[in-house]
Design a protein around this ligand. Structure first.
Ligand code: 1CP
Length: 360
């Protein structure tokens, strides 16, 4: 390790991802930097737009650090978005207030797909790797930094639909009408995703997560062919050791509870679970092969601190004793959550989890 790389003061996350013993369960939250925090809203206002916030490494670093200033979290997550890749492929991303992401030039048919060009990661996404470097410097080894990407399938849904979707009508029609075009698109996106994560790892991301937010919308065979296959290919292409440490990979397919055994075959180190799968059941199925992350229903954070504490207790008990659990929400924290409620969740994990790690 070079003199410029401070040792990691808190490596609970990396130890739990390796299913090594820990004195308590590490905790972080998906979307921990975001609109539920007034300080985030203030920085975003200063940035002008969401993409300007992502493109400024100083401001992206500032918002990455905000939840860590408030709460004793065990990881930082790069502040960026999954849609930076399609933006870098020329689709023209913008965010409409209250409506979410929109692409000016969606790819609706086979000719648009065949006209697509892969992004040049260093040229078009250098702002992301710059942010990783700035955040690592600012963290000074306090906690590990998680890098991330969307899964090829999840990115493709936004590229084909032109934004968010309820039913993925266009993306699924493409899969069934013209599977060759769908595979061509997914293949190009998978290559970009692999290079993008490797660039984040080389810049200093110490763990990475693949967000397959919309994989759960597919049938089992379509999930295997159009989502899991490409995530497996991405994982095969990743740098797995950097700075003399393993770089663990977490796969989170929302709605993927029925496919855990298949997902555990992808070569990942951990699976993210949403709240519809019990951690104890998941552990019995795949816990001897991968670590498990999750899975408090984010809606619990709209309830009061007493209810939050008892649900934290229930989630910890569901996983049970021993190593291999990373406490998290089952999906991202929502904008209306009072910040003190997130604090109550984290405090409860600190207080209640040590008993599940005694004499292991
Ligand atoms: O108005 C605003 O300020 C923008 C809100 C916002 C934020 C805070 C967006 C737009 N993206 C982000 C940051 C973000 N997105 C992070 C980093 C912050 C952190 O975790 O602390 C991450 C990891 C994401 C990942 C992301 N973006 C996903 C996968 C995770 C998930 O929640 O399922 C998805 C699907 C997106 C797309 C996206 N970007 C933004 C929004 C509102 C959305 C969702 C749109 C939809 O529901 O279809």
């Amino acid at each position: 390790m070079s003199a410029a790389t401070p040792v990691l003061q808190n490596d609970l996350l990396l130890r739990a991802l390796a299913r090594e013993p820990v004195p308590r369960t590490p905790v972080w939250m998906m979307r921990q930097a975001g609109r539920y925090l007034p300080e985030y809203r203030a920085t975003r206002e200063r940035a002008g737009s969401f993409m300007d916030l992502c493109r400024s490494s100083e401001l992206a670093c500032e918002v990455t650090m905000q939840p860590l200033a408030r709460y004793p979290l065990d990881a930082a997550i790069l502040f960026s978005d999954i849609l930076t890749i399609p933006d870098a492929m020329g689709l023209g991303l913008h965010f409409v207030e209250g409506e979410g992401p929109k692409f000016e030039r969606p790819v609706r048919d086979s000719s648009a797909i065949r006209a697509l060009r892969p992004p040049d990661i260093a040229r078009d996404l250098g702002y992301v790797t710059d942010a990783v470097r700035v955040i690592r410097r600012e963290l000074q080894g306090r906690v590990p930094l998680i890098g991330f990407t969307g899964s090829p399938w999840t990115l493709a849904t936004y590229m084909i639909e032109g934004g968010s979707s309820r039913d993925f009508a266009r993306a699924k029609a493409l899969v069934y009408d013209d599977p060759a075009a769908a595979h061509h698109l997914l293949d190009m996106v998978a290559t970009a995703v692999t290079q993008y994560l490797n660039a984040q790892i080389e810049a200093g991301a110490q763990a990475v997560q693949i967000f397959d937010t919309w994989g759960g919308a597919l049938s089992t065979p379509a999930y295997q062919a159009f989502s899991l296959h490409y995530m497996t290919r991405v994982i095969e292409g990743l740098i797995r050791e950097h700075d003399q440490r393993r770089v663990p990979v977490t796969v989170f397919t929302k709605g993927g509870g029925q496919w855990l055994e298949l997902m555990a075959d992808s070569g990942c180190d951990a699976l993210g679970l949403d709240w519809t799968t019990e951690l104890g059941d998941a552990r019995a199925r795949v816990g001897h092969r991968v670590a498990l992350q999750g899975n408090l229903d984010p809606a619990v954070l709209n309830a009061g601190p007493a209810a939050i504490r008892s649900e934290v207790e229930r989630v910890l008990a569901s996983f049970g004793s021993g190593a291999g659990h990373i406490f998290n929400l089952g999906h991202g924290i929502t904008p209306g959550v009072p910040p003190e409620h997130a604090g109550a969740m984290i405090e409860a994990v600190h207080e209640l989890s040590p008993q599940w790690h005694e004499s292991s």
